[in-house]
Each structure stands twice: as C-alpha cells, then as structure tokens.
Design a protein. Structure first.
Length: 117
C-alpha cells in the first residue's frame, strides 16, 4: 500500500494550495477517504472526508468554508483544495482511508504545509 501526497509548500496567509493523494495497493473506490494533519505539539486531527461516491463530504469546523475535498476514482486520487490559509493551518498533511469515523490503514509520508503570517 502506498500513499503519495504531493502538493505542499510554503504560502502566505490568505493564499491557496491544492494537495493530492495518489493511492496504490488499496481498492480506492471502496473507501471513504480523508485528510488529516499533524502540527508540532498537537495530536493528529481530522480535516475532511469524502464518501466513496463523492456525494457526501465532511469537514472540521476549523476548515469549513475554506477547504474543499474531492476525489477522482478513475485516478485513485483524493484532493484537498485549501483557500484562505491561516498560520494555524501549518502542519504535515496526510491522507488515509476512513472506517467507522477513524483513519484506517497505514500512513503515507505526508506533505508539509507552512503558512506564513
């Protein structure tokens, strides 16, 4: 199983980034997929999730209205469009499948997102 998450980087507050997660070795279309983030000194937290068909999405209150999750089952890829970024969004971002409301399966290496004020 491999999760590759390109797309991170350094951006100024108010800017945008688009993250991608390419999944191999797992039946991508069979799972709800989500994004999580891990900031220094904090526990890993849920950011957003999208249902198998893409019809339903879920967001943490802290990102609602600013982030949009989407998926392309033909490309085994889940995306996270991040707009109006804030310094508190700085973290390493990971994708993973979601089962019973929790991350399920091994983690990829993640991608660093740094938002400067």
């Amino acid at each position: 199983v491999q999760l590759v998450e390109p797309g991170g980087g350094l951006v100024q507050a108010g800017g945008s980034l688009r993250l991608s997660c390419v999944v191999s070795g797992r039946t991508f279309s069979s799972y709800t997929w989500g994004w999580f983030r891990w900031a220094p000194g904090k526990e890993r937290e849920f950011v957003a999730a999208i249902s198998r068909s893409g019809d339903s999405t879920y967001y943490a209150d802290s990102v609602k209205g600013r982030f949009t999750i989407s998926r392309d089952n033909a490309k085994n890829t889940v995306y996270l469009q991040m707009n109006s970024l804030k310094p508190e969004d700085t973290a390493v971002y990971y994708c993973n499948s979601v089962v019973a409301g929790k991350a399920f399966g091994s983690w990829g290496q993640g991608t660093q997102v740094t938002v400067s004020s």
